[in-house]
Design a binder for this molecule. Sequence first.
Ligand SMILES: Cc1ncc(COP(=O)(O)O)c(C=O)c1O
Length: 450
Amino acid sequence: MKPVVNIKPGSEGSKAKYWIEEHYKYVATTTHDPQDLPLVIERGEGVWLYDVDGNKYLDFTSGIGVCNIGYPTHPEVKKAVIEQLEKIAHAAGTDFYNPYQVMLAKKLSTIAPGDFPKKVFFSNSGTEANEAAIKIVRQATGRKFIIAFYGGFHGRTMGSLALTASKNVQKKGVFPWMPGVVHVPYPNPYRNPWHINGYEQPEELVNRVLEFIEEYVLDKILPPDEVAAVISEPIQGEGGYVVPPKMFFAELKKLLDKYGILFIDDEVQMGMGRTGRMFAIEHFNVAPDIISLAKALSGGVVPIGATIFRAELDFKQSGIHSNTFGGHALASIAALKTIEVIEGLLPHVQKLEKIFAEELMPLKEKYEKVGDVRGIGLAWGVEIVVDKKSKKPDPQTRNKIIKTALESGLVLLPCGKSSIRLIPPLVISEEEAKTGLEIFAKAVKEAVSA
Ligand SMILES: Cc1ncc(COP(=O)(O)O)c(C=O)c1O
């Protein structure tokens, strides 16, 4: 199967143009960029998206990391959801009891790393999963401060926004957000304050980050016995699909344990099989105290967020934290089935990692403007720079690649300052993967040679 783009997306006279204009009249401004992504989606099938003009695109975005099991959703999830709809969708899961959320909580507690009892708080989104994490660590430890990483993205509500540090526009004009957060450098092997090549010297990079946390933050700004937690994405998503050195989280956890500081692992974007493991942190040989999940957890059918945590950290009293939709029956059933489907897809994702590596890595050798290529499983980032020596981000060329790809039938999303993420649904076939990677390579060639 090949993409078909007969009508240029968003062009004069297209249905897409009409809907985009109507959109701007009635829908609040969020993150759309009509210059680069004039895609008006009508429906999806497997890894393919169809726009309102009948164009057919190969999707390398998974609906921003949500539709990991394909469009409109996996047939098994669809079946389970329809069956559940015949029974009940919303069962007021925070005031009454239902078996569905219990089954999901039990499953998540079992599959999450860490050989200790766990519990789960349910919500509706990634930002809420992190809000719950903030409350859990504060009330459980009695400590107030949280350390987060530069480049990290954890959501946009006032608590999680305080943790977020991927772009300053996310904080523009909305101060004050939650106080008590200090940011530290992430061990980005390609781009870090010490100009260390973290691919060649991973230990050196990790040591610098840990030293920074211990000597410059815990020793000079935040008394360690007042720090509740460190939060991190296992691989930074919005920040650019940045993969830290293998030993980082185990070393970080050792440092945190020394001071009784908890570790929150934000798996909202990288969890649910994206990296070839159910949780991306499983690549790093460490068990987080708290894990936040959302996005792909319920197969894109119905919003859900989940905060998995050590049982002993549970809220001390009924009413400290709750919501209306938590423990939603339909969302719980969709998530249970999605997990089952993803469990079956993990070997496939691990296999496809090779194809992505083989097709993407050479771009770095071939083109001066491809500064870095990194990834695990089906989570890949390609960073576009002015030239290799200066490493200066080149968002214009990055945007050109995304636009050219879209017009050739491949949907991509940016991340970081000048990176592109390649995150197809996990159900993508080898042939579809190769088709998409070929279009991508052509779009890169065209944009960097222009
Ligand atoms: C790692 C991470 N955490 C949290 C969030 C926030 O999730 P939501 O947009 O569902 O609130 C995102 C969203 O992109 C994310 O990537």
